[in-house]
Each structure stands twice: as C-alpha cells, then as structure tokens.
Design a protein around this ligand. Structure first.
Ligand code: KG4
Length: 333
C-alpha cells in the first residue's frame, strides 16, 4: 500500500517565518509571516533582527498553519522556547503520529506522474540565487550554471538603493520602469560577450556601470523622476536580456520539454512575459507556481520536496548528525 506523508514544514532561512502543512504533493496550508517591514530601514536583511523575529513568530505561524490545514493535534504540542535560528529549524523534530491526526480527505489523492515530463529546465531567480538547473526527474538535479557574483534579485535591490527609491528594489523598479524609456541608456548586457560560452550569470558589471552613471547624472543635476524611470526601465531590460540569453543557450544544448521558473524575481511581469515570448518561439511551455506565495521563501516547497525525498527513503538515520549547512547546494556542476 502506498504510504501517505503528512508533513509540517518550516522555513526560516532568511527573512520570512514560514510553516506549511502538506500531504504528499498537496499543500494544505502555507503561512508566511514576512519581516520585510522590519528590515526596510536598513536596506537589506539584518541577521540578528531576523533571528529574533523568527523566535517571536514561529509558534504562532506553526499553529496557524495547522489550523488552516484543519489538522488537529489531539494533545496540544509543546513548543519549547527556541534560543536561535538554528534551534528554530530543528523544531521539526516534532513527531506527529498519524493516529492522532485528522486530515482533509481531498489531500490524499493525486500523485504527480513523472513519466515523460522530464527533462525540464529550471531558472531560479531570487534575492540569493540565480541558477540554471536541468531537472532530470524528482530529486535529480544538474546545476548548469549560476551567478558568479550577485544574484539577479540582489542586483535589483542594490540598484534600488543606488537610485534611492526604497527597499526591496525589485518591485519598485518594475513599477517605475512602466513609465520609463528602456532604451534611454545604452547599458551593457551582462555576459553578452560570453553569451555562448557557459551558463553563468554576472550582475556586478551592470551594477558598477549604473553606479557611475547615477553619480554622473546626480552631479549634473539630472537625476529627476523621469531619468530614474528611464534608468529603471533600461536596467530591467538588460537583466531580462541576460536571462533569456542563457535560457536560449541552455535550451539549445539540453533540449528540455519545458521551462520552470522560480524565485522572487519572477513576480516581475515584464521579465516573465519576455521569457514566455522567447520560449514560445521555441515551442516550449513555461511553468510558474500557481500562487505568488510559492515564488519566494515558503515552507510548502520544503514539505513537498520532503515528501519526494521520503518516498526515495532518503532519511537521516542519525538525527545527531543533522546539522545546518550554510548555502547548501542541491545540485553540483
Ligand atoms: O525569492 P526571494 O524571497 O529571495 C530570496 O529569498 O533569495 O525574492 C526576493 C527578491 C528580492 O531581491 C526582490 O527585489 C526580488 O525578489 N523581486 C523582484 C520583484 N519582486 C520581488 N525583482 C524584480 N521585479 C519584481 N517585481
């Protein structure tokens, strides 16, 4: 008989305190408590503030995720006071015996079929990562390329800071770009010269180019609203072009059956639409998560991945060997 996995998953890797309840590949609840307001005035995530906020919020977030999933613990679980982020992520030691759980019936159906849908080409564009990954199957990932310096989202945020428009820069740049001329400035397209050489990305060059340009415009007293909108649009355009360059190269070399997009930057409709258009010319479907809450840090993805991992019986046998590995990569080049 097929085993069902009811999982409560936790995500506290950066600035969102998240808990989700999943059954197999189904998401029953996905609660995210964003800390963006706390970090705003610093223009980036401050680890000590993030850690404290995780400690304060994790209990309520977990309770809310259980409630929304209609999963009832008969005995109220004991939440210990957690000393730090590391302890927070260890709180998944909670054992939830299946006998005492009541589950939504609807969560127990459907199984994702992997016949014939792979390989898929994944592009992850977030604040921490810019990666191209060839997905051969569930749990079978091949890292084709990644950023050599800043992540795409990080570049958006740094440019946002440079332009003095607020944090996080990504959504603000997208908004400003709508009223800007994307060809007003002839910015270098990241990695264009090495377009066909490898699958890597780089955003430090464009960031430096913009830094000098902004400084110059400021000194000349020309950094007005329209100019900022033009800079935002021009920057957004070259980031989009750099992503499409590498996607097209990877499609040519690996012949995937579809494209998967993930990470906070895919909230950007301009980038998403251009990627869709470029891939549709190659007759490739583009898949994005069905909810915006699944684009960025969330615990639902942890729960679903845990289910596929459990199915492969890849359990940690000795819990004491389990430790946090910073920036652990899921796939090697
Ligand atoms: O996935 P995520 O939470 O990052 C990591 O946890 O690594 O996504 C956050 C990133 C930020 O850098 C933010 O500026 C960017 O996604 N972002 C956007 C947009 N919305 C969010 N970048 C460009 N355009 C957007 N509309």
């Amino acid at each position: 008989m097929k085993k069902h996995y009811l999982i409560i998953a936790i995500e506290t890797s950066l600035d969102e305190t998240c808990a989700a309840v999943t059954v197999n590949d189904r998401v029953l609840s996905n609660v995210i408590s964003s800390q963006v307001e706390l970090h705003k005035k610093y223009g980036g995530v401050v680890p000590i503030i993030a850690k404290r906020a995780h400690e304060e919020r994790i209990e309520a977030v977990m309770n809310e995720s259980l409630k929304r999933a209609s999963v009832q613990l008969r005995r109220h679980a004991e939440f210990t006071r957690l000393a730090g982020s590391k302890r927070v992520s260890e709180s998944n030691r909670f054992r939830i015996p299946s006998g005492i759980l009541k589950v939504n019936k609807s969560g127990m159906t459907k199984q994702v079929q992997d016949d014939g849908i792979f390989p898929l080409l994944g592009l992850l564009i977030s604040g921490g990562h810019t990666q191209l990954v060839l997905v051969h199957g569930f749990g079978k990932y091949e890292l084709l390329g990644e950023t050599l310096d800043d992540a795409a989202g990080e570049a958006f945020d740094k440019v946002g800071r440079m332009l003095g428009i607020g944090y996080p820069g990504g959504p603000i740049i997208e908004r400003l770009a709508k009223d800007g001329d994307e060809r007003a400035f002839n910015l270098p397209i990241p990695m264009r010269k090495r377009r066909d050489e490898n699958f890597n990305f780089s955003y430090s060059g464009i960031k430096t180019a913009l830094l000098y340009l902004t400084r110059e415009l400021k000194e000349q007293g020309k950094l007005d609203k329209q100019t900022i909108q033009n800079l935002a649009a021009s920057f957004q355009r070259v980031v989009m072009l750099s992503l499409i360059d590498k996607l097209e190269l990877a499609v040519k070399k690996t012949n995937p059956k579809g494209i998967l997009l993930g990470g906070g930057v895919i909230s950007n409709l301009y980038i998403r639409n251009h990627i869709r258009a470029a891939m549709s010319k190659l007759q490739l479907p583009v898949y994005i998560p069905y909810s915006k809450k699944l684009f960025t840090d969330n615990a639902a993805m942890i729960g679903v991945v845990a289910y596929f991992t459990a199915q492969r019986d890849e359990f940690v046998r000795n819990i004491d060997e389990l430790d946090r590995v910073q920036n652990l990569s899921f796939a090697r080049k």
